[in-house]
Design a protein around this ligand. Structure first.
Ligand SMILES: Nc1ncnc2c1ncn2[C@@H]1O[C@H](COP(=O)(O)OP(=O)(O)OP(=O)(O)O)[C@@H](O)[C@H]1O
Ligand SMILES: [Mg+2]
Length: 308
């Protein structure tokens, strides 16, 4: 669990607080997405959690320890960190980059090599890339290496600053899905920064909307989208928030028992309601059949979609 208690950061040049009396609890095993306009204090908040920045006021606890009282170098090895702008070590190969923390932790070479190969594939890159240097990769490829590096020593806590920002939409969705699958398999406590509210909705168990160093709303994606606390949040999540919210629900959880009629369109049980509604619109139908492995398992009506 990560707890921030009345944390503020002033950068000492007389300017307004970058982070202003911020309190937040990130429960064990949950993913929190920090979103908000540029300069609102997202990166500063993250860097205080792993002590790359010292708070001016307030207290931060990670897994029961006050971060001011731990050895910062040892501590950071237990926290995976994907920095904004990636920040790979340019004089080291991709393999050395990914293996940096495991090496510091004293893993033997063959274990590091196996882990590197596993991770490079996990983020959708070829093992032949391991011998290259960062400058020989595209920006999006470097970013994926950044994610692999943060996961390398399997840390219980991950801090990710716009981890998928430079990746094209298709690879990005795939990587988000893979990341979600990893989190389902291995329990991690994650704080991630993103500019993309869709990404926050897809990956966050909770979303913190920040503005000028403060959290304006900290809630589940469902609540943020259905009950934004003010005009700022409403604006930030977008006019299509009702549609975005539909992406949180799967057809199989909203469908009714299969009826006799054959609908003009089909979706699978794991289709989200936003896509299911799109399928209805495309087929000019007010219902779709829900079909899993060739068998109709239910009927999803437009009324049921509108009622969630
Ligand atoms: N080392 C520093 N010295 C002085 N001011 C700083 C420093 N680092 C950040 N700031 C200021 O603190 C504020 C918050 O910066 P921060 O990097 O946390 O924003 P952010 O929300 O991550 O923005 P972005 O979305 O652009 O990455 C900004 O006004 C920034 O100019
Ligand atoms: Mg930032």
């Amino acid at each position: 669990m990560i707890t921030m208690n009345h944390v503020s950061k002033r950068f000492g040049d007389g300017s307004a607080a970058a982070v202003d009396d911020l309190s937040m609890v990130v429960p064990d095993g949950e993913t929190v997405a920090l979103v908000g306009p540029s300069g609102c204090g997202k990166t500063t908040t993250m860097r205080m959690i792993n002590r790359l920045i010292e708070p001016t006021e307030g207290r931060i606890m990670v897994a029961g320890e006050d971060v001011r009282k731990v050895d910062p170098v040892q501590f950071r090895r237990r926290i995976g960190y994907v920095i904004q702008q990636v920040g790979l070590f340019s004089h080291m190969t991709i393999a050395q980059n990914i293996g940096a923390v495991p090496k510091l932790l004293g893993w033997d070479a063959s274990k590091i090599k196996r882990r590197n190969e596993e991770l490079i594939e996990l983020v959708g890159l070829d093992t032949s890339m391991l011998s290259r240097y960062p400058r020989q990769l595209s920006g999006g490829q470097r970013q994926r290496v950044g994610v692999a590096r943060a996961l390398a020593a399997d840390p219980p806590v991950l801090l990710m600053d716009e981890p998928f920002g430079a990746i094209d939409p298709i690879a990005r969705t795939r990587l988000q899905n893979e990341f979600r699958a990893i989190l389902r398999r291995v329990k991690k406590t994650v704080v991630m920064v993103t500019h993309d509210i869709d990404e926050a909705v897809r990956l966050g168990d909770r979303i913190a909307i920040m503005r000028a160093g403060k959290i304006v709303q900290y809630d589940t994606p469902d609540t943020i989208l259905s009950r934004p606390v003010d005009g700022f949040v409403e604006n930030f999540v977008g006019a299509d928030r009702a549609l975005k919210r539909l992406s949180l629900f799967e057809a199989r959880n909203v469908m009714s028992a299969p009826d006799e009629a054959v609908a003009k369109a089909q979706v699978s049980g794991d289709t989200d309601l936003r896509d299911a509604l799109a399928a209805m619109i495309a087929a000019d139908a007010d219902r779709v059949d829900v079909v899993d492995e060739g068998t109709k398992v239910g009927t999803l009506t437009r009324e049921a979609v509108f009622a969630v």
